[in-house]
Design a protein around this ligand. Structure first.
Ligand SMILES: [Zn+2]
Length: 446
């Protein structure tokens, strides 16, 4: 088992993940007020692939990605759609499952919904009220920020820059403008609410995640992740709530950079490819996954038609490699490449460095025979959810494969005229037939 190190946002240091215990990973999922966009897909892909890599190294990883289905934004969007908010949230949650399912990476181990964690949320707030870290005010409950000395340790910002971003109406109920809501009393116009010791209402966003993380992973777990836009106030507040309530909470904080949409670069005909479902339809899942791992997860990543076309070209290059290396050559995979690939992922999940190993090997093998190259490339791609690119071999184009099989039959029947005819038909389709000891292969005509 290799040591896997992740850059911890809180300490700024590389931290090794625990090798003996379960590696619990909690990543903040989407607030389901619209179809998700490519920016939401980045943490989904990064954390799904991190868990996949850890398992391949023998770690016991458990990945939790929640769904925030109770939130102000949902009430607003449901109203606009003239739909009850619970139905709207359910519909958007289903769309999120469908869109991320189309990425073809499987599902996280647990996907808790805020609306199904109310009991745990209320329990956590009760603990905070009992210990003096929270107070009830007008049916709301607020966290008393100054009661938690370590407040601000994650985002390292001066208190005067700490704007909780809460609605203006709540200011008069707070002891201190720094305080933030754990529970909000039911307001007119909101069509859903839950019971609590403080009356009907609903949880605040931050406490939802503290409670869902604890419900799935216990009071202490290895990695808490999410987009870098969540560092303040969301993750700062999660730390305050959970630690003030006596939970050790997360050991490592792992944040992905934002996707940056190029201004005015997208033409109208490109449609709204920023929406994940549209990007998947237009470019295919492999190109979308390849794009999302093309930069280091902590860095911002530029997004636009140009970047997506580059991703399409890269996956096409990989498909062509498998088309040209259909038969698996004997000789065993070049272990040093796979080793370097895994080492890159173990070093703060450096996917661009890992993919550079793939493309270097592809280049080498395209220049000359490298025994076991196809198997090695397939193994590496499998670790980042792109193993399906190796399947082109069988699907070199349905028609070409059928013709190749027919040609084999013709040759077996010593009907060489027909076999030659088929060779010409394949050539017209862009394929060259190469006969070898292990049978005929289709190679793209150069
Ligand atoms: Zn969260």
């Amino acid at each position: 088992m290799r040591e896997v190190r992740i850059r911890d946002t809180l300490s700024g240091e590389l931290r090794a993940l625990p090798t003996g215990d379960e590696v619990g990973i909690y990543a903040c999922g989407p607030t389901v007020y619209s179809r998700i966009h490519i920016g939401n897909a980045r943490p989904f892909v990064i954390f799904m692939l991190l868990a996949r890599f850890l398992r391949s190294e023998g770690y016991r990883a458990k990945l939790v990605i929640n769904v925030t289905d109770i939130n102000d934004k949902i009430y607003d969007a449901a109203k606009e759609a003239a739909e009850p908010s619970e139905e709207f949230a359910e519909r958007m949650t289903a769309a999120y499952f469908e869109d991320t399912g189309d990425l073809g990476l499987g599902r996280p181990d647990a996907e808790p919904l805020a609306s199904e964690t109310i009991e745990g949320i209320v329990g956590l707030i009760e603990d905070l009220v009992a210990s003096g870290h929270a107070y009830e005010s007008g049916g709301d409950v607020y966290f008393r920020v100054r009661s938690f000395d370590a407040y601000g340790k994650l985002s390292n910002r001066p208190t005067e820059d700490m704007d909780q971003g809460e609605e203006a109406g709540s200011a008069s109920l707070k002891e201190d403008p720094l305080d933030f809501a754990l529970w909000k009393a039911h307001k007119e116009g909101e069509d859903s609410s839950w019971g609590s010791p403080w009356g009907q209402g609903r949880p605040g966003w931050h406490i939802e995640c503290s409670a869902m993380a604890e419900a799935e992973l216990g009071p202490s777990f290895a990695v808490h992740g999410g987009g870098s836009d969540l560092v303040f106030p969301h993750h700062e507040n999660e730390i305050a709530q959970s630690e003030a309530a006596g939970r050790p909470f997360a050991q490592v904080w792992m944040h992905n950079g934002m996707i940056q949409k190029g201004e005015g670069k997208m033409s109208k005909s490109e449609g709204n490819i920023f929406q994940l479902s549209e990007a998947l339809d237009r470019y295919g899942r492999e190109a979308v996954v390849d794009y999302l791992i093309s930069g280091h997860y902590r860095q911002p990543l530029a997004f636009g038609a140009e970047q997506m076309e580059q991703a399409v070209a890269r996956v096409e290059r990989l498909r062509n490699f498998f088309r040209g290396h259909g038969g698996r050559e004997p000789g065993g995979p070049p272990g040093s490449r796979i080793e370097a690939f895994r080492e890159a992922l173990a070093d703060d999940f450096n996917t661009p460095r890992a993919m550079a190993e793939v493309f270097e090997l592809v280049g080498e093998a395209n220049r000359g025979e490298v025994p076991g190259a196809a198997e090695a490339v397939e193994e590496m791609l499998g670790l980042v959810g792109l193993g399906s690119l190796a399947e082109v071999e069988a699907g070199a184009g349905g028609k070409a494969e059928v013709l190749l099989a027919e040609r084999e039959q013709a040759r077996a029947a010593k009907d060489f005229d027909r076999a030659d005819e088929i060779r010409d038909e394949l050539a017209a389709l862009g394929w060259e037939v190469r006969d070898s000891a292990s049978g005929a292969k289709l190679v793209p005509k150069s």
